[in-house]
Design a protein around this ligand. Structure first.
Ligand code: 13P
Ligand code: SF4
Length: 329
């Protein structure tokens, strides 16, 4: 089957890889040959993080995608991240190892329903969390990430009415931090809402010295217990800089890789999910669709490629760029 046919049928290149291929060496070689950059989110597997040129949170990854001089961006993350890279760098080829890597937040907001919702609130400014499709970004005034949402809302006039989409938990957190009333879209991250408040409480009883660090996509009953709330980069930084020695980490378990490397002497305990799963932690099934094999094939075949229609891209660029401008120190 042709490569493009495989991608359109399965979402990734399904061709088998020869037995003797040294994947790591080949990825390094192809990267140089094609002047490609590998960007990875903290939630992808450790072996991919170790191959990446840059590992970061959504804001850091967007800034890298906007600034890179590479000809090709291989985005080891999820679909909306690849789209954001394409929105910011339209002349670059952007590939995602597996097109099935979606996001429950992005899926919660179909563009037609969101356009109706927006039309019901004509005097509201739309702030959208970056975890949404290019179409939603095109309907948005300012994009935000978990690291700048509070700052962006705080920068707006107090009487400005605001729609915040699509993450209702992050929206409630921002409303609480800024003292503002926000009209919320009812989306959620399936990974963070699955962190069990009851199991967390029991864990804290067994580890009374441990500080709880949490991502703002968690529910309020988790956030209210947290000693620190922040984006993945902010959580990592807090754990590195804190004089404390023990932490319960309430976000996707992929972050533990960089944390363990940065503070090998500290005790890091993943927050438990409601259901017993294989790692007794929280894993994003979409982020975990990225594998070293798919990364290799994406580099080799330059597929699956992310495309965004130019009329959508131009509108989405405005809202993403506004965020980048407002995030400058
Ligand atoms: P940040 O990268 O902003 O911490 O968000 C985490 C996330 O859920 C990405 O999908
Ligand atoms: Fe989406 Fe949640 Fe996965 Fe992030 S962790 S990509 S918000 S489903």
């Amino acid at each position: 089957m042709e490569i493009l046919e495989q991608v359109s049928k399965y979402g990734f290149v399904t061709d088998p890889i020869g037995k003797n291929v040294d994947l790591v060496a080949e990825i390094q070689r192809l990267k140089k040959e094609k002047n490609a950059v590998i960007l990875a989110h903290y939630y992808v597997d450790a072996d991919i993080q170790d191959l990446a040129d840059y590992v970061g949170d959504s804001l850091g990854l967007s800034q890298q995608a906007a600034a890179t001089t590479a000809d090709m961006i291989v985005f080891c993350g999820v679909h909306f991240m690849g789209e954001t890279a394409k929105i910011l760098s339209p002349s670059k080829k952007v590939v995602l190892p597996d097109l099935n890597a979606g996001c429950s937040l992005a899926d919660s907001a179909p563009a037609d329903k969101f356009a109706d919702f927006k039309a019901q609130h004509p005097d509201h400014l739309v702030i959208s969390y970056i975890n949404c499709s290019a179409e939603i970004k095109a309907l948005t005034d300012i994009v935000c990430t978990s690291s700048n949402a509070v700052k962006i809302v705080d920068a707006l006039p107090k009487d400005q009415k605001i729609i915040f989409a699509p993450d209702a938990n992050l929206g409630r957190y921002v409303a609480h931090k800024t003292g503002r009333e926000l009209v919320l879209w009812d989306g959620a991250c399936i990974v963070h809402v699955d962190i069990s408040e009851a199991k967390l409480r029991a864990l804290r009883t067994n580890h009374p010295e441990a500080k709880l660090v949490a991502h703002p996509e968690c529910k309020a009953d988790v956030l209210i217990q947290a000693d620190f709330v922040g984006s993945t980069t902010a959580i990592l930084q807090y754990v590195i800089e804190s004089p404390e020695q023990e932490f319960i980490v309430a976000t996707e378990a992929g972050i533990l890789h960089k944390m363990k490397q940065a503070v090998p002497h500290k005790k890091l305990i993943p927050a438990p999910a409601i259901e017993n799963n294989t790692c007794a932690c929280s894993e994003c099934p979409y982020m975990k669709m990225n594998t070293v094999e798919k990364l290799y094939k994406a580099l080799l075949h330059e597929q699956p490629e992310i495309t965004v229609p130019e009329d959508i891209r131009l509108k989405a660029y405005q809202s993403v760029n506004r965020m980048l401008e407002m995030s400058k120190a």
